[in-house]
Ligand binder design. Structure first.
Ligand code: AKG
Length: 224
């Protein structure tokens, strides 16, 4: 496992982060949630989710890639199945969950999602974040995996023209994953998600880790 690979390409797939039995326990907890749409963003307040965040943070292969981003600040369930099928086009993740609005011209795009205030901070803040996508089901190529554009996290926030150019010039990588694997990615890495084509479920817990403190008087909405 090399830090260089993650730094250069913007993503890293790590197998066997949690055992199958731990996936079963997480799925049992997930099944108790009332998740109306594709995702539920507010799982980090639940003790079982906080324990998973700690497992990820202290994992021997993950800890070196987190750098100063040791604080879990959000966990979203992304669930796909034949009944709940969806895809998303290529994008960067540019919103972060915060406690209160601040009067800073550097921050834009204020919006409330599932009752939580989000803002779009400058690229320097987004570049420090790490997303960890924990796969609770096996996710082969036909089960709606993430597709990423390697190295696309290196140029800050991209406009539509820049995204189009990168799509034309750089081959996508399909991030198929085994059960219990974790896909680490920089939120600025261009990514898309395919609809599920086989049967079964594709449930992913998408954690966001950041530095404990934010600039501009911002505070994270939740920290674990
Ligand atoms: O889980 C997925 O397949 C898509 C997630 C996504 O698009 C995102 O995290 O922005």
């Amino acid at each position: 496992m090399s830090t260089e690979h993650f730094t250069e390409l913007g993503y890293e797939l790590i197998a066997n982060v949690i055992p199958s039995a731990a996936c079963d326990v997480a799925l049992e907890n997930v099944s108790q949630l009332a998740v109306a749409k594709a995702g539920s963003r507010s799982l980090l307040q639940l003790p079982w989710c906080q324990r998973l965040a700690e497992t990820l943070r202290s994992h021997v292969k993950i800890a070196p890639l987190l750098g100063a981003s040791t604080t879990a600040v959000q966990c979203t369930l992304f669930e796909k199945s034949a009944e709940k099928n969806w895809g998303v086009s290529v994008h960067q993740d540019i919103g972060i969950p915060v406690r209160a609005r601040v009067d800073a011209t550097e921050c834009s795009g204020w919006a409330v999602k599932e009752g939580v205030l989000h803002t779009q901070p400058p690229a320097a803040v987004l570049e420090s974040l790490v997303a960890i996508r924990l796969h609770l089901d096996a996710c082969p190529a036909d089960a709606g995996p993430l597709r990423v554009i390697p190295r696309s996290h290196c140029s800050g926030r991209l406009n539509d023209g820049e995204i189009e150019r990168l799509r034309e010039t750089t081959a996508e990588v399909v991030c198929a994953a085994d059960r219990g694997a974790a896909l680490l990615m920089r939120p600025l890495l261009l990514h898309a998600s395919t609809r599920i084509h086989g049967g079964g479920n594709r449930r992913v817990l998408h954690f966001l880790f950041g530095p404990p403190h934010l600039p501009f008087g911002l505070h994270w909405h939740t920290t674990v």
